[in-house]
Design a protein around this ligand. Sequence first.
Ligand code: GAR
Length: 196
Amino acid sequence: MTKRVAILISGGGSNMVSLVDSMTGDHPARACLVVANAADAGGLAKAQARGVQTAVVDHRPFGKDRASFENALHASLVMAKPDIICLAGFMRILTPDFITMWEGRMLNIHPSLLPLYKGLHTHARALDAGDAQHGCTVHEVTAELDGGPILGQARVDIASDDTPDTLAAKVLPLEHQLYPAVLRRFATGDRSRIDL
Ligand code: GAR
């Protein structure tokens, strides 16, 4: 049976677009919902233009009350009955309580070669460390931030004149290849790792 995929975004949603656009033809999954945590997330219009249902669960009215924000997010997801949730540039940290409810069904893309550089500013940190290579990782989401089982990685050489911006511009197209490739495999129940 075709799998239903919900995608969570916070910004422009280029990874979301690559996922939605990949789910055509004989692909085992289809997008059922795109949720943003801010009404001005640029990805919302891109999802709507592709005929995907969208929702906004704004985190700001909830202040520091993460549990209530996550209850609202959970309610919006439950209505769409997703089999898989893809975090795609979703910049809110989720609590273990929320993650437990979707564990084994939730993926994330992170712009580093995990376990290196969990968290933010990954491109600058790879440059500061003098690394020869950088890249991105798709992993299952567990309670440990950016720490779940790795399902795929794509890597690129770092040039001596790279800056955080040029490196980000090199990694993003890799993200757009890697995430759809991993999702397609994951949707068939195959958790074997992909390296690009
Ligand atoms: C992507 O580079 C993604 O890997 C990163 O945010 C960007 C979102 O871009 N995610 C994280 O840093 C998660 N910790 P997009 O909105 O164009 O997909």
